[in-house]
Design a protein. Structure first.
Length: 289
């Protein structure tokens, strides 16, 4: 039987891997953009982004996710060339450091190809391979880890949040399978916030364990999202405590990776959640003796 907490060796590009399952991992958000919803403009040069990524690693991040185009609703679309100009110098510098597992946040196949060539280990596609399916071929050719995200944007959603997850992500997984992407490289992200209202996001959290039917590791990206503000009444940059609460809840429900802005807050929350997971698993093991 599949267990979200059992060891799973996530295979990445350049011979790297990460152990998922027994402990939750943190993916730090590094937006090299002027207009991201939370941190736009804070790290909008290569030097600032590199400095912030190194800070996140020192705070305990396991992965840094480098993005060059904002995905907030209504954000300006940038050209592929501009996206690449923003992210590639950052990836190259971090790759030279040799410490970080590096993720490229893009839906463009060419950006993904250049990013992995520059040293990225993971491709994180917020369109779930369904905007530029060729991105799956890049992942297959390079052996990159692949984060496939669910989105409700630009399509008709099913009324049930979990049914819609399976309908969308099964299509994405078929694209990956047809491109030859190895199972051990794939992580799924239910896409909190992406064309989901507060009620839908809360329902997705409450029913998160149902996503374990995919029998694949799950990534949770709730950080500072609007639904946290709707519940807490906090402005965007004041939502880290609310985010950390979702980290605990989703870790206990089986999430393996947490994409966050504030690493330190969520690292502490995750350590407490992991202690709970270890205690539960130990009790279950003793009960089975």
């Amino acid at each position: 039987m599949y267990s979200a907490f059992a060891p799973f060796q996530w295979s990445l590009a350049h011979g790297r891997s990460l152990l998922l399952g027994p402990q939750g991992l943190i993916m730090a958000i590094v937006n090299v953009t002027p207009d991201s919803f939370s941190d736009g403009g804070l790290h909008d040069t290569a030097a600032k982004a590199i400095e912030h990524a190194r800070f996140c690693l020192a705070q305990g991040a396991h992965i840094v996710d480098i993005g060059g185009e904002s995905t907030r609703p209504g954000a300006a679309v940038v050209s592929a060339a501009e996206e690449q100009d923003r992210v590639l110098p950052v990836i190259e510098a971090l790759a030279r450091d040799g410490e970080a597992a590096i993720s490229i946040d893009t839906y463009r196949a060419e950006t993904a190809r250049l990013a992995v060539a520059a040293g990225a280990h993971i491709v994180n596609d917020v369109h779930g391979l369904q905007r530029e399916p060729a991105i799956a071929g890049i992942a297959a050719e390079t052996g990159a880890g692949l984060c496939i995200m669910h989105t409700g944007r630009d399509r008709e959603k099913l009324p049930d949040v979990i049914e819609d997850q399976f309908a969308f992500l099964e299509t994405s997984l078929a694209i990956a399978r047809d491109a030859g992407v190895a199972d051990e490289t794939i992580v799924l992200d239910p896409g909190f916030g992406f064309a989901k209202n507060t009620e839908e996001n809360i329902a997705l959290m409450a029913r998160f364990e149902e996503l374990q039917r995919f029998e694949r590791p799950l990534l949770a990206g709730t950080s500072r999202k609007r639904f946290i503000g709707s519940v807490t009444g906090r402005d965007t940059v004041e939502r880290d405590v609310g985010t950390a609460a979702t980290t605990v809840l989703l870790r206990l429900a089986g999430a393996a990776i947490f994409r966050v802005h504030d690493v330190a807050f969520n690292r502490d929350a995750l350590l407490m959640a992991d202690a709970m997971v270890e205690a539960r698993l130990g009790r279950a093991a003793r009960a089975g003796d």
